[in-house]
Design a protein around this ligand. Sequence first.
Ligand SMILES: Cc1cc2nc3c(=O)[nH]c(=O)nc-3n(C[C@H](O)[C@H](O)[C@H](O)COP(=O)(O)O)c2cc1C
Length: 174
Amino acid sequence: MELCLELLYTRRSIRSFTGEKIPDEEINKILKAAFQAPSAGNEQPWHFIVVKSKEKLEELSNAHPYGKMLLNAGAAIAVCCDPKLSKYPYPMWIQDCSAATQNILLAARVLGIGSCWLGVFPIESRMKSLAKVLGVPEGIIVFSLVALGYPQSQDEFFEAPERFKEDRIHYEKW
Ligand SMILES: Cc1cc2nc3c(=O)[nH]c(=O)nc-3n(C[C@H](O)[C@H](O)[C@H](O)COP(=O)(O)O)c2cc1C
C-alpha cells in the first residue's frame, strides 16, 4: 500500500516521449482505471477515444496549442462527455470527467508510462478543433486529452517536488 502512495506522489506531467508504441493491453488497463472513476450518481457519462496512429497524433498535436509532445507520444486518450447521460440539471460531469482523467494519469504512472493532461474544456476553440480531428458527433463534449508515452528521462519521471503546504490545511473550520 505504501508503494501505491509512492507512485501517486511521483506522478509527474511528462512531455518528452521516446515515440515507442504502447501495447494494447497497457492501454486497456489504463482505460479500465478510467472507467473505475467515481461519478455523480454513478452516471459514468464518459466516452474515451484512443488514438494510436502517428498520423492522427500529428493531427491532434496541430489541433491543440500545447500539444507538440503528441508528435512523440505512444498514444493519446481523449476523455469525452455525453451530457445527456447525466441526470443532473447542473454540470456534475465536469467533476466526473476530471476524475476519469486523473485515473488515466495515475494508471499510466503505475505502468511506467508517462502522461500529460492537456486542457480542453471549457475552451471552445480547443473543443471545436479536437472534435473535428476526432470526428466527435454534435452534442458530445471533448473534455480533456491525455498524451501517453514512455518517458525519455526516468529522472524527470520520478522527480517529486514537495507540495505539502501546512498553511493551506484547516482543521474543523477555516
Ligand atoms: C486542467 C489541466 C489542464 C492542463 N493543460 C495542460 C496543457 O495544455 N499543456 C501542458 O503541457 N500541461 C497541461 N497540464 C499539466 C499541468 O501543467 C501540470 O499538471 C502542472 O504543471 C503540475 O505539474 P505535474 O503534473 O508534473 O505535477 C494541465 C493540467 C490540468 C489539471
